[in-house]
Design a protein around this ligand. Structure first.
Ligand code: SF4
Length: 333
């Protein structure tokens, strides 16, 4: 049988998948999805910004960069008790994974990191998976997060290496890959994807997927974001990505990274219920729920639950819930 988990993808192969007749592409992606996942389960993550704005980086899409004049509400590090309370609310509403985001260039070994570690321990006790997105990490910081119980670390590569300098000048592509390496060494799972609609070519998008698919170990989570242009950022004038482009990206990501959770991320608010359903069909099996995605609007939780009902989808259990269920079934055998 052909090996489907490969780390030697090239551009011609990615193009030949991406450019298939659309329904053929969706069918192939859906077939791959069914082989490696339960197609009726979708992972629901809740994303909370624990420190917003004032970031030193110059990511052209981001309203949290201090150098751009946007109207986001800047705030310092939240209190860990309040964050754990919010996690409880998210769990009660159906989320099984909590992502904590901080607008930092890189993590520093200071009291703010200690607070994040306290949040992580508290959320783990709720049997939720904890994911963090805090910027660049050294090996020892990655280990501290892992020891505190961080299950996944999000660090997007955003786009292709060739286009990276058009979007961000304050760090390099290899800085990004280095952090992903540190995450792996610390035995956290990797969540890494990117954004489409920043002015890049289709080949740039495919090269981004190739970089991810060809990592020593493919990411467990791959968020596919579409740009939400925010007034005050350099990309404020960008037009909306065509739905067909998003669908092709999701399907191609699913085929190239069969085991990953492919996340339909930022930009979901701009898509109809049926368009989102098409994305689930093509292999998307993870979303962020809640009415804010760090700082950009996201569909309301109830609307998402209605959509799940409409499509016959259910929330994927967290890794803790899966482990408990396995222990119970083993104990009863
Ligand atoms: S994307 Fe992250 S690193 Fe870039 S400016 Fe925004 S908060 Fe800072």
């Amino acid at each position: 049988m052909k090996n489907e988990i490969r780390s030697d993808w090239n551009l011609e192969e990615a193009q030949s998948i991406y450019n298939k007749p659309l329904l053929e592409l969706v069918y192939e992606a859906a077939t791959m999805h069914r082989k490696y996942h339960n197609p009726s389960e979708v992972q629901i993550s809740s994303l909370l910004s624990v420190k917003t704005g004032g970031c030193k980086e110059d990511c052209s899409y981001c309203p949290q960069a201090a150098r751009y004049h946007t109207d986001i509400k800047v705030h310092g590090m939240l209190n860990p008790v309040d964050v754990v309370d919010k996690a409880k609310q998210a769990k009660a509403a159906g989320a099984n994974r909590m992502c904590l985001g901080a607008a930092w260039r890189e993590v520093r070994d200071n009291r703010d990191l200690d607070k994040v570690l306290e949040m992580v321990r508290g959320i783990n006790e709720l049997d939720m998976e904890v994911c963090c997105t805090l910027g660049m990490l050294t090996e020892s910081q990655a280990q501290k997060l892992s020891d505190a119980g961080v299950y996944a670390y999000n660090h997007n590569i955003d786009t292709s290496e060739d286009f990276y300098g058009d979007v961000i000048s304050t760090r390099t592509y290899s800085d990004r890959l280095n952090t992903l390496d540190n995450v792996r060494k610390a035995k956290m799972t990797v969540c890494s994807g990117g954004i489409i609609g920043m002015g890049e070519s289709t080949d740039d998008r495919l090269k981004m997927l190739i970089t991810l698919a060809n990592l020593d170990q493919q990411p467990e989570s791959v968020p596919i974001n579409t740009l939400v242009p925010v007034p005050g950022t350099p990309l404020e004038e960008q037009g909306q990505v065509e739905f067909e482009d998003l669908l092709r990206m999701i399907a191609t990501a699913r085929i190239m990274m069969p085991k990953a959770a492919v996340r339909l991320s930022a930009g979901r608010l701009e898509r109809s219920r049926l368009e989102q359903g098409f994305c689930f069909m093509a292999g998307a099996n993870s979303i962020f729920a809640g009415d804010k995605l760090l700082t950009t609007p996201n569909p309301e939780f109830n609307a998402d639950m209605d959509m799940f009902k409409f499509f016959g989808l259910t929330a994927m259990p967290s890794i803790h819930e899966k482990q408990k269920a396995q222990q119970t079934s083993e104990a009863t055998v």
